[in-house]
Design a binder for this molecule. Structure first.
Ligand code: MG
Length: 159
């Protein structure tokens, strides 16, 4: 088995969409970044790459490369899943937390879990997405940023 951790933060700005786990969330502020700035997908991608000791998103998709401008972050996630499968691992489970002051993510959580589970090629029972506010303090609480953290366990299926 292998364990991996990923963390990401993006600035919140007007005029950008807020995409989390591949789902667009209704918000007056969106996430700034080179790609679609999907902090949750980036954290999960980094957790998988970390579990495999294969660097991070920036290693494989440098922000200096114009190909990845506004890229859909599931491209990065599917790449990491491909590397995982190449090395004969599968997802045992993923746990994650999104730190966002508003809006409340509860109405979106099931759709986010379903999309991530499909990309990870597992059932939704193996994909946990939690949401927390910043309690009005720090960059998240002041609505300056969205942050996500993810931990993933990979296992080799029995033959
Ligand atoms: Mg990122």
């Amino acid at each position: 088995m292998r364990i991996g951790f990923g963390s990401d933060i993006h600035r919140l700005v007007p005029g950008r969409p807020l995409i989390l786990g591949g789902v667009q969330v209704g918000s007056d502020l969106g996430a700034d970044g080179h790609s679609d700035a999907d902090a949750l997908t980036h954290a999960i991608t980094d957790a998988i790459l970390g579990a495999l000791a294969l660097g991070d998103i920036g290693t494989h998709f440098p922000p200096s490369d114009e190909r990845w401008r506004n890229a859909e972050s599931f491209v990065f996630l599917r790449f990491a899943v491909g590397e995982m499968k190449r090395l004969a691992y599968e997802i045992a489970n993923v746990d994650s937390t999104v730190h966002l002051e508003s809006p409340k993510l509860r109405p979106y959580i099931d759709e986010i879990r379903k999309g991530l589970a499909d990309a990870l090629e597992v059932g939704t029972d193996r994909v946990s997405v939690k949401a927390k506010t910043g309690e009005g303090v720090d960059a998240v609480g002041e609505r300056l940023a969205v942050r996500a953290e993810a931990i993933v366990l990979l296992e080799k299926p029995a033959r």
